[in-house]
Design a binder for this molecule. Sequence first.
Ligand SMILES: [Zn+2]
Length: 587
Amino acid sequence: MLDNGASPFREPSGAIIFRCLAAAIVWVVAVALATAQAMPPRVFATAVDLNSGQVIEYEIRPDGYAIWGDVVIGTAADIANNGLRLPEPLSRSATAQDADKKHIQQNYFGRPLWRLPIPYQFADPVLAPLVELAIADLAQKTVLSFVPRTTETDFIEFAQIPGSTSVSHGIGNGGGKHLIEIGDLVNAAPGRYGAVQHEILHALGFAHEQQRKDRDDYIDLHPECIESSALSQYTTKYNTVPFGAYDFESVMHYRSTEFSTSNQCLTFTVKAGRSATVNVPNCATHSIGQGCGISPGDADAVNYFYSRQTGFDPNQHGLTGSWYEPATSGQGFALEIFPNVSPGTGLAFGSWFTFDAIAGGAERQRWYTLQGPVATGQSNAVLSIYRNTGGNFNAPPATGAQVVGTATLSFNACSSGQLTYTFTDGSGRAGTISLTRLLPNVTCSAKAPRATNADFALSGSWYAGIATSGQGFMAEVAPSIGAFLLSWFTYAPNGAAFGPAGQRWYTAQGAFTPGLRTIPVMIYETTGGTFDAPPSAGQGNLAVGTGTMRFLSCSAATFSYNFTGGSSIGRSGTVTLGRVGPAPPGC
Ligand SMILES: [Zn+2]
């Protein structure tokens, strides 16, 4: 059975069928720095990284390992024989070498990702309580899974070393035993397993956040405050493409006192104009370099790379919300996932607010709806793209949906997805849009069981009933940042006669506090944009009115509006709204 021309903002029903170089060492200069105490002298050396050409200073441990910060970059003998190649982190770039984004770039430790579950064992069982806590938290927040090693070839081994620092032997799976050494003083501080997770994330293929190639947009380095032997750890940036936004909360970010000459002299500061909010639950440290545990951004990054093995389950209401591509800011998607419409299969319903291929005024606004099945275990959802025309602002007639294309929607993390579209309306438009969540994730999780949230559960599709079927609203509640967002897909007054030029869409925003059910908003009209293109100089957002959203229950609401500008200037009224589809879990 084929889709029968689903009208947007309509009850999904049974009638809608879901659907590098010679081994030439450049130079190694060993410098013995004697200390006044009986401690053995620390030995430092420098070499040029054959990948980047940067001079790297590292420490040679008495056992011969070359340590750069908290990462073993080889042995002194390896570097003498083969030269130095710094291990590089996972990259989001799609090169010929890692077309499926599965591979760490080839280097000293270069190997594919770990297979899940990741086998682990203890050289020092005293570490078990702390490490098990770290692993359990990773397993709960990400798609990762771990299993005590029996006979597996590739595995992580945890050993104890004296002191307060820990070390990972390499970045990524180098094959065979991957040694992680945990300082005995770290183990003496149970509850702060972030230090253990930091080393595990190195083993998984992740590098330091402050070494991302875009870090100079977020932090200012202060070389005069950095211990000279650690300077290259700060000055070196990786060319690999990092996943997600720069994350000040990341467990992979150094503290600004790490390798500093004194606690009064900070190695870096947050760049002017950037806000570095660090608020990790149940953590006493609210500053960069928190050692408590992985951040939501870390979890997303792990899931981005590792969910290709497990699959990311798109059949969950938590993906509901506003999604966009930062490069084409000002247009985007309001999506709702109705989970488990039938067991294991949900329905994705979305509205795409965009523009005509030619920029102009409100008459160049365009919106489409998308609909299709999402199934647990299937990473790609095939959606139909519909267009509705012939309607009037908040008035009859109901409009029918015409199929104008197809799209493939996929998610690989709670805040990361992709939409590929092909129009069949003669326009020849086709492309791929990277999707990022506009507002913070609330209930989405890589793994079940999933949290619910009574405020967020109001998020989704609402409409005014059969008489105006074909137009409607998408609401999103973001309690963690106190924000409410409403998208309104409608028409111009007397828009019925104008075909696509009669379409209109508005966005509305208001402040939200947990439990709030009457939400005042400002209404905006966006014009001057071009279909799936970066904002042009003429693109702008104009406040055109005020409104109030009142949620009476999980399935009933009203929206009052008063337009003082824009296409619907002079119009005011109250729309009685019902929910499209069933209320989600937790409502
Ligand atoms: Zn590290």
